[in-house]
Design a protein around this ligand. Structure first.
Ligand SMILES: [Zn+2]
Length: 226
């Protein structure tokens, strides 16, 4: 919501600033009626930055939002873009027990990537998600082909997907995640219109299909009783 408000400038002048007030709490994700406590504009290397402190009534947190602003004249500033809001609380993503059982490392790495993403380390997060996919796929391949464990551990993920993943849905999702994952790891991006948001969707779908296979395998292990 665009608002026009008074702000301190360098702690001594009062100026007017137009900016986009946050409408959702970064900490609890609840809708937030902007309740500005304080704001200040500071100058850093000839650029101007606005800091707004808001209060969230739901989680009782003070949120600080940083904006890049431009100086229109002595008394007026206008925002260019929002840079970040903090704090951001990272919430652990829970996975079904059967996924935890076949690939505890996937769950661990995925959550570390999520934690990195939450605090704005998107480049690192991409690498982390890619690594989590490798563990999920390899652990699943080992579960399906236990006698090939050593070979699977030591092969490229691409080879592992082609050779050891028989479910077409999992195969396709793993392959596409690998494409995006490689972009996260390399200097030149090939899939320009895809990013970690897509990779996360693919991971969720993979987890779903693997989970369904594990349940089906469990059902198949039942023996008729007379
Ligand atoms: Zn909140």
């Amino acid at each position: 919501m665009i608002v026009k408000s008074k702000s301190k400038f360098k702690n001594y002048t009062e100026v007017t600033v137009v900016y986009d007030a946050i409408e959702q709490c970064s900490n609890c994700n609840k809708a937030l009626a902007p309740e500005k406590l304080y704001s200040i504009i500071i100058e850093k290397n000839s650029d101007y930055y606005l800091y707004v402190a808001d209060f969230c009534n739901s989680c009782k947190s003070v949120l600080i939002t940083e904006y890049k602003v431009k100086r229109i004249n002595d008394m007026n500033f206008e925002y260019e873009k929002i840079l970040r809001t903090s704090p951001r609380t990272y919430e652990v993503e829970k996975f079904d027990e059967n996924i935890e059982n076949i690939s505890p490392q996937f769950v661990k790495i995925y959550n570390q990537a999520l934690q990195a993403e939450t605090i704005g380390l998107d480049e690192i997060a991409g690498l982390g998600y890619r690594k989590s996919v490798e563990f999920l796929i390899k652990d699943y391949a080992i579960y399906k082909n236990p006698e090939k464990e050593e070979e699977i551990k030591n092969t490229w993920m691409k080879v592992c997907i082609e050779k050891y993943i028989d479910n077409d849905n999992i195969k396709l999702l793993a392959e596409r995640s690998d494409w995006i994952g490689n972009d996260e790891a390399h200097y030149v991006r090939k899939q320009e219109d895809r990013d970690i948001k897509d990779m996360k969707k693919f991971i969720k779908a993979m987890v779903y299909f693997i989970g369904m296979t594990l349940i089906t395998d469990d059902a198949a292990s039942m023996k008729p009783k007379k």
